[in-house]
Design a protein around this ligand. Structure first.
Ligand SMILES: [Cu+2]
Length: 192
């Protein structure tokens, strides 16, 4: 059998391309299965203009008084947020580390994005849709929420803050809060 002649330079390029493909696929596989980075798959159509109304989206899910961190009886955590030019609301909130968290985000106006560094939290917030992200933070500390979709002149100043605290500290703060609000029937905890 005649040997196929491959030019040495051509050979180098074959190896280079093969190496490059392996690195690319390896990176994708590592982040997909190792780090849990994948595109959000929730499709939920809403009327953005009715976000703030009691009879609006999800029976008033995104009304101002419902925004924030909700803990249900099974200790599941849900964070309801609105993105609007130029901020995230609530602007500063606290969640526990190593706990499954569901974020539900909606935009009041234009396209926004949200990214929390050192986590897999990264999604677009498209007007007319609810962006739902399931995540779990593995590091405590204070991190910014950064808008990563250009949304207007003050886009660069659009941010929020998240405090990721140890579970015990979160529980203590929750019960202290519940205690101080016990006389007020309008607490978020009772609403969920
Ligand atoms: Cu922006």
């Amino acid at each position: 059998m005649a040997e196929i002649h491959i030019d040495p330079l051509e050979k180098k390029w074959i190896y280079f391309i093969a190496f490059f493909l392996l690195i690319s696929w390896g990176t994708i596989l590592y982040y997909t299965f190792g780090k849990g980075v994948r595109p959000p798959s929730n499709v939920e159509v809403i009327d953005s203009a009715r976000l703030h109304l009691p009879d609006g989206v999800g029976g008033g899910e995104f009304m101002e008084k419902n925004l924030g961190v909700h803990v249900d009886n099974n200790d599941h955590i849900k964070v309801i947020m609105v993105a609007a030019r130029y901020g995230f609301y609530p602007q500063h909130f606290t969640v526990p580390v190593d706990t499954p968290i569901t974020f539900r985000l909606a935009s009041f106006d234009v396209l926004h994005g949200v990214h929390i560094p050192e986590s897999n939290m990264n999604t677009m917030i498209v007007p007319g849709y609810v962006s739902e992200v399931h995540t779990q933070f593995t590091k405590t500390g204070q991190f910014p929420l950064i808008c990563n979709e250009y949304c207007g002149r003050s886009h660069a100043y659009m941010y929020g803050m998240i405090d990721i605290v140890p579970k015990a500290q979160f529980k203590a703060e929750q019960s202290a809060h519940a205690g101080s609000m016990a006389s007020n029937k309008d607490t978020q905890e009772q609403r969920t």
